[in-house]
Write a protein that binds this ligand. Sequence first.
Ligand code: SF4
Ligand code: SF4
Length: 491
Amino acid sequence: MNFASELSRNTSFPICYNLLPHFTAKGQEYTALTKCVTEAVNDGRIHTFLLADFLIHRQGFSSLQLAEKILASGGEPVVSLSLTFNDRDTIIDKLQGYYRAGVRHFLIVSGDYPSQAPNKPTRPVSEIDSVQLLMLLDDFQKKGDIAKGCVVSPFKTFESEQVWQYEKLRRKIRVGADFIITQLGYDIRKFDELIRFCALHEIAAPLVANIRITDMQTARLVQARSIPGVKIPSPLLHTLHEEASNRQGALGRAAKVLAVLKGLGYDGALIGNHSTDFSEVKQVLDKAEALQNDWQNFLDELNFSDAESSFYYFRKDPQSGLNRGETASVALKHFPSPTYSFSYFVDWLVYVPRGPLFKLTGRFCHFCSTRKFWYTFLWLLEYVSKGVLYGCKMCGDCTLYACGFLCYQSGCPKKMLNGPCGGSSEGYCEVFPEKKRCYWVKVYHHMKGVNQHVTFVAPPIPARDTSLHRTSSWINFFLGKDHRKMNFDDS
Ligand code: SF4
Ligand code: SF4
């Protein structure tokens, strides 16, 4: 059975079992995981298993080993590849290794920022983002037998976070993502919003709902930020407190959520549990099947939205508690900062081919490119001026024009260039919770038009050429060396 093909068939609703061991408090044992896989395959309703790529897990087994075991059991692994720890060559090597072993499904994720234990600091790599990896995987796609999944969160609190999540999704689809898995979330209205957003923007890739069997213990892990960017809405927390340790409550709720999301139009589901007890997942599947015809009756009881504090893309339908077709009104634009206005003006003067100083600047950059003294002069001018204005790191491939004139190299710890990771919470950066705003939240406010969502003009930005590091981006632009690869010979 092929997960991606099954997702695309209207008549089936494939379930993927989430084996991501790092979501458990202590991690899971290899034997327990493989037992769970065997039981699931024997049950007949689950053939696909999501696992995270790790060279060696804490329990001493590798993800490749687990993927091979899943294949040998008659199941199908979906390997989640994280970009926080891998540069582009490493990730392609890994992908080839899994491919040789028979893995055909991959989930491309930004990855969590590593925790900074005082005696063991870990430095992330963050060389490319998920959109750029999808672009680099074009060669594999041409072989036609791998399926590339991507993730989106419809569960963000602010307009600035949410709209960028959706814009990044559109970029991922544009560069070849085959299916979409939601981030973990609990707001049914937001799940519905994602379906409507995809319909509005003609995104045909199948949607997979991420469902977790959630009790108070799971909630505590989430509250402790074990899964960045995920939060438990206050109404659900209240219910969990009332349930105390009643596991049946968690199983019944997961079954109802599964029935509702299938009813709403999701194409498949990813189900996770904080134990390797397959019998619990089996109970959820059994209950969901029994409840399926009544799914609309559960909408009220599953309404866990933080409606007062959250942004919703569409207007609310008071009858169902979900969404109507019209988009919601958005907040007014902030006044552009002086730096933004100045940068916009200078960009128009020198970088836009019809700008008044474009030709002159181009000629001067060509002149400087072959003369050491003048190259150094221009390099220093760029270094000082952009260092003061934007915290420029002289990456040599400037993308300020596409990011509201804010530098991603100095602004985003994960160096996300095509939109935010999923880790932001209440507008704050995953790496600096409650201290520093997410870089993309700031970009949104810089780019936003009056009374409307951001109008995105830049196409997906490919992985940058690292050989340009510490060179002049001004000269690189006019020589056609940066990511835009512009040819100005005729200008
Ligand atoms: S050249 Fe690179 S580091 Fe400098 S401002 Fe532009 S994007 Fe940032
Ligand atoms: S600035 Fe935003 S996109 Fe960058 S790491 Fe922080 S939360 Fe993620």
